[in-house]
Design a protein around this ligand. Structure first.
Ligand SMILES: C[S@@+](CC[C@H](N)C(=O)[O-])C[C@H]1O[C@@H](n2cnc3c(N)ncnc32)[C@H](O)[C@@H]1O
Length: 228
């Protein structure tokens, strides 16, 4: 993701309880049992430096959060910060999110799946590497419980349009744009992730959409909400 160097990690912080390599996940691994308290589970695909997980796990201690990040340095950094701030309800898996979800997440078990600013893979020959695809949509529909939510935000309009089309083509999700978020009380721009903060600070548009799992309904609402 970003080009910036990560802050130094304090070696005295033990984050082993917050971090696992996908390759080390045992066949009998029970994801809900990894968390000390039961609660609705939300997954972030490609969590980068982990700002969303850190913020949301503090705001919603009754929910559990799992970040899945393929880049080792970001996955370790996110786990380190979750441990440093004593978040017992948020953990990191290092590996491919699609593979982990396919193999380790029970059907009808997720409250939400979050995909924020996935890599756009600009070159046409690389587009097939995009995370937001019909495959991800079908996976989300299988793993979310009824009324569970899939959030997809990006600054790339073309990815937003084709991503939303893929999701609607592959699923029966309800679809709706998310409205503008108000400024925070201290006047800061609202943001959920590092990438979003960077986009808003540079006055870039952000395209946000939320899909809700239904059993049998689809609403053809393709309106687009932007915020600059
Ligand atoms: C552009 S960054 C955005 C990070 C964060 N969501 C944000 O908004 O700040 C995309 C992240 O997705 C990760 N990623 C890409 N493909 C992935 C995959 N298949 N599984 C897990 N993480 C992935 C990348 O390593 C990168 O950290």
């Amino acid at each position: 993701m970003g080009r910036r160097i990560l802050p130094k990690m304090d070696r005295s912080v033990d984050f082993s309880g917050h971090y696992r390599e996908l390759a080390d996940v045992a066949p009998d691994f029970e994801l809900p049992n990894w968390f000390p308290m039961p609660g609705p589970l939300e997954i972030e695909v490609g969590s980068g430096k982990g700002l969303f997980l850190l913020t949301q796990s503090g705001l919603f201690p009754e929910r559990n959060f799992l970040g899945i990040e393929i880049a080792k340095k970001y996955a370790r950094f996110s786990a380190y910060r979750l441990a440093k701030f004593e978040r017992t309800n948020a953990k990191m898996i290092r590996g491919d999110a699609i593979k982990f979800i396919q193999e380790n997440v029970a059907d009808n078990s997720l409250a939400a799946m979050h995909v924020y600013f996935p890599d756009p893979w600009w070159k046409a020959k690389h587009r097939k590497r995009r995370v937001v695809s019909e495959e991800l949509a079908r996976l989300a529909e299988t793993k979310l419980f009824v009324n569970g939510e899939l959030h997809f935000w990006t600054d790339v309009h073309e990815y937003f349009e084709t991503g939303c089309e893929s999701i609607l083509a592959a699923t029966q999700f309800l679809h709706g744009p998310i409205g503008e978020e108000p400024l925070l009380e201290n006047g800061d721009l609202p943001y959920r992730t590092h990438f979003e903060r960077r986009m808003l600070n540079n006055s870039h548009d952000v395209f946000r959409c939320k899909f809700i799992r239904r059993l049998d309904a689809r609403v053809a609402d393709s309106s687009v909400q932007t915020q600059s």
